[in-house]
Design a binder for this molecule. Sequence first.
Ligand code: Q0Z
Length: 297
Amino acid sequence: MTTAPTLDGLRHRASGKVRDIYEVDEAHLLLVATDRISAFDVVLDDPIPGRGTVLTALTQFWLERTADLVPGHLVGWRAADLPPGARHLAGRAMLVRRLEMLPFECIARGYLVGSGWKEYRAGGTVCGIPLPEGLREADKLPEPLFTPSTKAISGHDENVSEQVVASHLGAELASRLHELTIAVYRRGAEYTAERGILLADTKFEFGLANGQVVLADEVLTPDSSRFWPASSWRPGASPPSFDKQFVRDWATQSGWDKNPPAPEIPEDIVAQTRERYVTAYEKLTGESFGAWLDRVA
Ligand code: Q0Z
């Protein structure tokens, strides 16, 4: 277990597998994406240089392109916007509005994979929504689905119906989350499709600011989404998320039993994985990764 670095003047608040949160003031938090990577739910010892910056850059990119649908939590990301003690993290750090987070993951699924495929195979439904018979793994769904889940502190999240969300948050807020989740998914999926990338599914987190719903956390990154190259999509099997493919393939063939600690990632696997993130950023945004680094400085 590594500890989050102390930042001058900022109190560490929480850490996820690969990200850290700090307190800035009553109204703001700082989210820092590290270069750590997980495979098979284990955080590996060797970082992928640039990974945290790519994830942050993509979130900034998408929040700018969804602001007409829903306000986002991002307040600043350039060095000059950050608290002085965090300016050296420019590119991987986001100054965000502190929200009252809603206790559901808001997932949109355009394709039948993961836990959705498991539930469908067992009983023909996804989050209680009945689907046509005869669908295969990774098939495109007739319409994108809103499939919320509860946030489990440890272990895996549990899919719930929209009625469960409504019983906790009220029907009006549940329906707003549904509408926004699908709208932002469609925006992302249409955009990536034009660039030869399918957005299989994605997870959003929303919070409230003065009663208004705000899009929070990371948005349409490879850690919150499954992206597939359109050219390799074949119903009947589900490819792993493109970004972790090298690491997973290496982990599988290395003979590692997938219990911590993981073996050291070979240099060429690190380099190829880094290249994938950079290429994904450039393919999606049309901007060179170097240009983003210059823009945040
Ligand atoms: C996000 C998380 C991370 C660990 C809390 N705008 C916000 N206001 C209040 N809370 C949050 C946000 Cl984004 C918030 N998380 C998820 C992020 C590390 C956990 F970077 N937790």
